[in-house]
Ligand binder design. Sequence first.
Ligand SMILES: [Zn+2]
Length: 207
Amino acid sequence: MDPISALAEKLMRLPGIGPRQARRIAYALLALGPAVSRELALAITRLGDETAQCERCYRFFPASAQAKQALCSECSDTGRDASIVLIVERDTDLDAIRKSGTYEGRFFVLGGNIPILESDPAKKIRIKELLAEVTRAAREDGLHEIIIATSANEEGEYTAQYVTKTLEPTTLPAQIVITSLGRGLSTGAELEYADKETLRNALKNRG
Ligand SMILES: [Zn+2]
């Protein structure tokens, strides 16, 4: 395979990149010159080498290659409220909430959402890992509330229902309440794009 097609094939694994965009990026890199391509290749390598995935919340976080610590700064911070966990679809949603400074509890990243007609929902999100983490947190951290903060669209709602149904056999006997964000968020709006005030209201009006 020629180098343009080879790169295009790799780029098409990324979200939102189709065959045409992939080839366009390949040609754009050629036009920008070899130095830019080398810098990009290095940045991608660093991404893998200097990032770790948290064993608890599954977010990716900066970590040195030597000391690949197991827990991210939020999960290892004893000052945070470990009795509440907020469930989001993606790392970018978590970043938006962290930056807003409106939430003091723990997080969990599902890694995506479930399309409505999905025949095997468990393959689309980290549901097994979530169940294990909720069980652990109930035992060790006195977990008493789970806030589901999936997107305010069809897939997000469906994912929230699936997560609730799967967690209930564990949360009901342990008297852990499951809440969701108040929808100050406009229909279809994703957390990632919500401003600080909207996030604060959505958290305050959860139920
Ligand atoms: Zn973590």
